[in-house]
Design a protein around this ligand. Structure first.
Ligand code: ATP
Ligand code: MG
Length: 428
């Protein structure tokens, strides 16, 4: 027998059992982004490799070791997108969306990074994000953060916290950078191999290390906030003032630098302790230099990316799925006559109730096996059409779960049943 093929390591199948929580999350995010006046931008999954090198930065984990890069048949170097911000900026520049105008954009879709797979970390994963362009003031930083906060409350999340920081202007970061290089150079023996390499290339990234043996060294490093320029300080105060005003709690974490090069001023992460080590569910900030770096005009920008796989794990962990995809009813039909009558009854019910979730038995089967399928479908009710019911133009409605409005099986006329079924849908 031929060997079964398996999916590529770290790439996920989302099985039918999990798809209802995925859909709940995606629908919630989509409606929320639209409600704040953001519009969707869909970009290709494949981009020129150069795009990510120029935007994310050469000395980042993503570009150094995580990208799926390959040559196509023309010998062009292409990469499966590891994140969404670079593609959005590329598209916005290419299509002239940034000329003397503001943009509020959202996106969602699969991303690819060659990392060590573990719970909450995959090689193929999903993100949703927003990007704003052309707005330099902290009001938009606050809006972006507020949108994430509202998503958590809509999904019913408990125990998520917000950490914020400011990286300052490029000049302030340069000043801090040299102080940091001095500090880490004095403690070279305590740096791991990654950090040794970053010491001169990208020392701020050492603060972002996940290596526990370097925790103390990092904790004692000079403080970024002591090097902020006045304008960035004012910007940061403006953000905090707004978060206070709308009642969003936060912690300032001066060690928060984010793993991608393009950030300046505001950076933030939303974190939960309910998912173990992979606790960051959303990360973002301001990246005023990115558009220019990619060849566009100077354009301030701010946004975030959400790890949807982690949201889905949290929905499961906190049992927040409302199982909206289970059918209201499953139609059981005994005999050929009943099958035909059932088919037209089902279509009539669908005409009447556009939000009805009705699953119709297919592939016939004994009465008993059909009822079993009805139960397995998760439906609240079985609608049963046997020969008697067809002859008498009635239908039998059987509750399959406890605590439903209808507690006893009953037979009613088909016209009456339409009304009854309408009432039953409203209940669930
Ligand atoms: P981490 O520190 O966990 O590696 P990151 O800084 O690389 O995250 P970003 O590039 O900022 O992450 O991506 C935004 C969000 O996307 C993360 O906060 C996380 O929720 C999610 N994410 C990133 N990489 C993965 C992955 N490999 N699998 C699942 N989700 C991911
Ligand atoms: Mg990462």
């Amino acid at each position: 027998m031929a060997k079964n093929l398996q999916s590529v390591r770290g790439m996920r199948d989302i099985l039918p059992e999990q798809s209802s929580s995925w859909q709940m999350i995606e629908n919630c995010a989509r409606e929320l982004f639209n409600s704040y006046g953001y519009k969707e931008l869909r970009t290709p999954i494949i981009e020129p490799t150069e795009l990510f090198k120029r935007s994310i930065g050469d000395a980042t984990d993503i570009v150094e070791k995580e990208m799926y890069t390959f040559e196509d048949r023309n010998g062009d170097s292409l990469t499966l997108r590891p994140e969404g911000t670079a593609g959005c900026a590329r598209a916005a520049i290419q299509h002239g969306l940034l000329h003397n105008q503001q943009q509020r954009i959202w996106y969602t879709g699969p991303m690819f990074r060659h990392e060590r797979p573990q719970k909450g970390r995959y090689r193929g994963f999903y993100q949703a994000g927003i990007e704003t362009y052309g707005i330099a003031t902290p009001d938009i930083d606050a809006e972006v953060i507020a949108i994430a906060a509202r998503l958590w409350s809509k999904l019913g999340f408990k125990n998520v916290r917000l950490e914020i920081n400011s990286l300052g202007s490029n000049e302030a970061r340069e000043a801090y950078r040299s102080v940091l290089v001095d500090y880490f150079s004095q403690h070279q023996d305590q740096l791991d191999a990654d950090s040794q390499r970053r010491l001169h290339k990208n020392p701020l990234r050492i603060l972002d290390t996940k290596n526990p043996t370097m925790k103390e060294l990092v904790a004692n490093a000079p403080d970024l906030l002591d090097y902020l320029d006045d304008e960035s300080k004012e910007h940061f105060e403006g953000l905090k003032e707004r978060l206070d005003k709308i009642g969003i709690d936060y912690q300032v974490n001066s060690r928060l630098v984010r793993g991608i090069d393009y950030y300046n001023r505001t950076v933030f992460e939303w974190i939960t302790d309910d998912l173990g080590a992979q606790g960051t569910i959303c990360a973002g900030g301001r990246y005023d230099g990115l558009v220019k770096q990619l060849g566009g005009r100077e354009t301030p920008a701010c946004g975030f990316g959400i790890g949807l796989d982690r949201l889905q794990l949290l929905v499961e962990e906190q049992k927040l799925d409302q199982s909206r995809s289970k059918p209201h009813a499953y139609l059981v039909m005994a005999g050929k006559k009943a099958e035909l009558a059932g088919l037209s009854l089902a279509e009539k019910l669908r005409d009447n109730f556009s939000n009805l979730r009705l699953q119709v038995n297919a592939g016939s089967g004994s009465f008993k096996s059909q009822l079993k399928r009805a139960d397995n479908s998760g439906a609240d009710y079985a609608l049963i059409l046997g020969e008697n019911e067809v002859t008498e133009n009635t239908i039998n409605i059987k509750p399959l779960r406890k605590h439903l409005k209808l507690s006893e099986q009953q037979t009613i006329s088909q016209p009456e049943s339409v009304e009854l079924i309408g009432g039953l849908i409203e209940e669930s």
